[in-house]
Design a protein around this ligand. Structure first.
Ligand SMILES: [Zn+2]
Length: 115
């Protein structure tokens, strides 16, 4: 399935291919504040429709995940990083996707605060 996603103002828009079997809610200091529901896909399944530099980059803690946000409206649509095997991954904030029924997607709670 191909999903369309964006920040609030449209300065950052993208498409992502895949099947959403679930999403992760993380309680780390950043995710708790954002309220993001993350869905992890190989980075190549995320295609930006706007220039990469339209999204700002925020890092913290070990600086291994690039948290990307719209520099205009402040929404955080996705993040970028690598998995344990070194594969490039994207974490899509499914709250930024169109045409999904959020309440039907199972959410796993991740104790990011403890890491
Ligand atoms: Zn925006």
């Amino acid at each position: 399935m191909l999903y369309n996603g964006s920040c609030h103002c449209g300065h950052v828009t993208f498409q992502v291919e895949g099947t959403i079997s679930g999403a992760m809610s993380c309680n780390c200091s950043l995710c708790q504040r954002k309220g993001a529901l993350m869905w992890f896909v190989p980075r190549e399944q995320l295609q930006l429709l706007t220039p990469d530099e339209n999204a700002g980059t925020y890092t913290f803690n070990k600086h291994v995940i690039k948290h990307r946000f719209c520099a205009k409206c402040g929404v955080h649509p996705y993040g970028e990083g690598v998995d344990a095997k070194g594969n490039a991954m994207a974490a899509i904030n499914i709250r930024c996707l169109e045409d999904i029924e959020l309440e039907k997607i199972p959410v796993t709670h991740y104790d990011g605060r403890a890491r």
